[in-house]
Design a protein around this ligand. Sequence first.
Ligand code: NAD
Ligand code: AHE
Ligand code: ZN
Ligand code: ZN
Length: 369
Amino acid sequence: MKSRAAVAFAPGKPLEIVEIDVAPPRAGEVLVRITHTGVCHTDAFTLSGDDPEGVFPAVLGHEGGGVVVEVGEGVTTLKAGDHVIPLYTAECGKCKFCLSGKTNLCQAVRATQGKGLMPDGTTRFSYQGKPIYHYMGTSTFSEYTVVPEISLAKIDPQAPLEKVCLLGCGVTTGIGAVHNTAKVEPGATVAVFGLGGIGLAVIQGAVQAKAARILAIDMNPAKFDLARDMGATDVINPKDHDRPIQEVIVEMTDGGVDYSFECIGNVDVMRAALECCHKGWGESVIIGVAGAGKEIHTRPFQLVTGRVWRGSAFGGVKGRTQLPSMVQQAMRGEIRLDPFITHKLPLERINEAFDLMHEGKSIRTVIHF
Ligand code: NAD
Ligand code: AHE
Ligand code: ZN
Ligand code: ZN
């Protein structure tokens, strides 16, 4: 079938809106009509060429919502008409990772996913007879996409897809990192570095966890009003200080924070986020994605003296089992999605969503098809 899609033909180039060919779903696969998709910084990261797993040409996008059109052979848990959120972290329920009870990082389709391929090692997308690669197992920048059954969360059909698509990445990642990765407890002091979609979701999670103090840090002061609205108690611009920001935070918090979250992808900020943690117990969670070749640094003494460095992918959330209830929380207003949606654009204008992000003017642009 034909599908309108925004194709990344080469790194560093704007996406091109073209009509691609989408092959039918094979065994264990599902054809989904995407109705809405957010644009996450990770899409921009991969488009920039900094992603070691970036392959081109590809259909990017991983924060979508849609409706099942057709299921392939052997698919039993979904049928045409079901509403779904594609998952870049699958949940097969059978692999060593799924069975461990220790991680959400199902590996059932991860190897082929990282190469831009479906689990059988081929693509369902093509343009002018040449293959187009998939992205993160989701490729939500195409009106029609093919996704493994185990990479789809079935959600309440009453849920507004134009909003709950954000649970496909940003909002779930931030809220989940607070509850599943850091396990923030009531009364805690929390620092959040980077106030985009992820950082704001961390603030929302910290409020849910009843953190007593939430410090929100960004170089762009335009982000501070929304951070306060979301529940930040203090806003800090590193540009207003002439010493390392970790020193400022340690002083403000009587020795450091209980938990910090890096939501930028900057390895220098990752260091600051670790070093602003309290001696003896402070824990820092890396969420931001850093470019190829980047490495983190600190003095080992920071860890010897009790600080902990962690990382979090998709907020530690198991998508098929946990996302449906997060959708319900959003429908009940227990998870706020509206404040994240600063812009709405048709697919044809998707490059403007990237511009708005780079200019620091948007939190999330939701694309409609
Ligand atoms: P975003 O661009 O919307 O927000 C980033 C924010 O960081 C902006 O407000 C920007 O002003 C701020 N910032 C940039 N440099 C800074 C600095 N040196 N000091 C302080 N603030 C600074 O991005 P986003 O969509 O919120 O994504 C944030 C990061 O999280 C990205 O790296 C993205 O790839 C990553 N991410 C990871 C996961 C995961 O599962 N681990 C999921 C989603 C996104
Ligand atoms: N491909 C990159 C890593 C990208 C990355 O870290 N992705 C995050 C999700 S970002 C969503 O916006 C993630 O969940 N990673 C776990 C996984 O299995 O990919 C690289 O460096 O190679
Ligand atoms: Zn994302
Ligand atoms: Zn698995």
